[in-house]
Design a binder for this molecule. Structure first.
Ligand code: NAD
Length: 493
């Protein structure tokens, strides 16, 4: 991405060739304010529709995306370099969640009765989840459809209007998605796009929207929270990770190696949930490493048909990868394949590192490249301790025939896939999100829908209470009965 001379627009550069593949407006704070203003009245209209009417609009959006798949995947490829077949996979996963959100919003968010208590027996009680109003969504470039749609689908299904700021590396993909929505729901600007870099994002944080759904790096997340704190604007934080894969002594080694290689190298490692570290039981370590190296040797970064991964999208990320690999090698690590010599401009070849100290950058910081560290552990307790030592806590993968669930429960992360990579993120009814420096709040599933609403409690008095407590007309007798009741209900344990 490069700002043009007048700063009113910016160019998107192909990570593969450096050629300009698009030019977009760099929206100012005034532009953002005007967009949010338009969204206000659209939000009222959209919230006034029934869940079923909104679900129909979202279903039409799905069809628009499917009809435009070829165009959209080409756009993803040209803006961020992902192979077209991987881009199609990304779309398929995003559509699953969009469908689930539309279909389940009424059940999850609609009014439902809840029981009252003995002391409030005269009250009928219900809870419902109205939309917040206008939501701002700030997205990354690495999954330019799946990731923003995780917020957009659920915010829209819950009845909010949305102003979306896609990454400055993939504004064309963002604009395409919004145009498709506007064809599906043409009546009002329920979903709009603003384009630009950090300043446009910061303006959206300060625009008075009712919530920001942020997905991006932990460092930027902190800036977004700081800006939102000025107006007490709530935030959803989907941030970075340093996910691990654990291999137990009884694991299916071939399947574990396959998952490690796909999980670590696909999308050139530029995945928030990518496998970046592997901990392997000493009994199967050698066999596992042999399998991983065999598989990783077959993967190559490039742009031709034979290459399975593309370039590193952000030029600055290549420096991060170089720094992490250099640090690992200088501190006793070995590259079984790949390494410093195989980094050529924005093309980074798969790199498998062993013997890397646990406090080196390649183990502690998000690398976001096609690299894996593989370490030997004495048992699963040691593996769990090492996974939980990270300040991040997004996801994890466990390969174990007998103890998968037990190990999963002891990991301090938002999601665990047992004997498969990342499956929890593809199951529409499961929530997705992290703990620690990976963020908070959830997209997907019922929790993802509730994230863009507020819980509204309604009580309705059915008949006057036989025990009138909240009145100055309360008598000593009432106090005595209430006191006895409290003792009976709570004092006998
Ligand atoms: P980034 O933090 O550089 O940018 C994310 C978005 O924030 C972009 O749209 C950017 O323009 C905007 N932004 C930058 N500065 C801002 C500011 N001061 N105020 C408001 N907005 C600002 O992240 P990225 O490089 O686009 O994406 C990669 C990161 O995203 C990785 O760390 C990855 O792990 C994370 N990620 C997390 C998830 C998840 O679900 N947890 C999913 C995908 C990516």
């Amino acid at each position: 991405m490069a700002f043009t001379a007048d700063s009113l627009t910016f160019d998107v550069l192909s990570p593969a060739t450096g050629a300009v593949v698009g030019t977009f407006p760099s929206h100012t704070a005034d532009d953002v304010a005007a967009t949010v203003e338009r969204a206000r009245s659209a939000a009222v209209w959209w919230a006034g529709l029934s869940f079923a009417q909104r679900a129909k609009g979202l279903a039409r959006w799905r069809s628009e995306i499917v009809r435009g798949t070829d165009e959209l995947v080409e756009l993803i490829n040209s803006e961020m370099g992902k192979p077209v077949s991987d881009a199609k996979l990304e779309l398929a996963m995003a559509l699953e969640h969009l469908a689930w959100g539309g279909k389940n919003a009424a059940k999850v968010l609609g009014p439902r009765s809840v029981p009252s208590s003995l002391l409030t027996i005269n009250q009928a009680a219900s809870v419902e989840f109205p939309p917040l109003g206008v939501v701002g969504v700030i997205g990354p470039w690495n999954y330019p459809v799946f990731t923003p749609l995780s917020s957009l689908s659920f915010a829209l299904a819950a009845g909010n209007a949305v102003v979306f700021k896609p990454s400055e590396f993939t504004p064309g993909v963002g604009a395409w998605l919004v145009a498709a929505f506007q064809r599906a729901v043409p009546e009002h600007p329920v979903l709009q796009v603003v384009t630009g870099g950090a300043e446009t994002g910061a303006a959206l944080c300060r625009s008075g929207v009712d919530k920001i759904g942020f997905t991006g790096s932990t460092a930027t997340g902190k800036k977004v929270m700081a800006a939102c704190s000025e107006s007490l604007t709530p935030v959803l934080m989907e941030c970075g990770g340093k996910d691990a894969l654990i291999v137990d002594a009884d694991a299916d080694i071939e399947a574990a190696a396959d998952a490690a290689v796909w999980g670590g190298l696909s999308n050139a490692g530029q995945t928030c949930l990518a496998v970046e570290r592997v901990y392997v039981h000493e009994a199967v370590y050698d066999a596992f490493v042999t399998e991983v190296v065999k598989r990783a040797k077959a993967i190559r970064a490039g742009t031709d048909n034979g290459s399975k991964i593309g370039p590193i999208t952000m030029p600055s990320q290549v420096d991060v990868i170089l720094r992490h690999v250099t640090d690992a090698l200088e501190r006793g690590g070995r590259a079984l394949i790949g390494g410093l010599d195989t980094i050529d401009r924005q093309f980074v070849q798969p790199t498998i590192l062993v013997d890397v100290p646990e406090d080196s950058l390649a183990v502690t910081e998000e690398t976001f490249g096609p690299t894996l560290t593989v370490a030997k552990v004495a048992d699963m307790d040691e593996a769990i301790d090492r996974v939980n030592a990270s300040r991040y806590g997004l996801g994890a993968t466990v390969f174990s025939r007998a103890r998968g669930v037990e190990i999963a429960r002891r990991l301090r992360v938002g999601g665990v896939a047992i004997n498969a990579f990342v499956a929890y993120a593809t199951i529409p009814s499961l929530p997705l999100g992290g703990v620690g420096q990976s963020g908070f709040g959830r997209v997907h599933g019922p929790e993802g829908l509730k994230e863009f609403t507020y819980a509204k409690a309604i009580s309705r008095q059915r008949f006057p209470s036989p025990l009138a407590l909240t009145t100055f007309a309360r008598t000593e007798r009432t106090d005595a009965i209430a006191g006895a009741l409290v003792k009976l209900l709570h004092g006998r344990n």
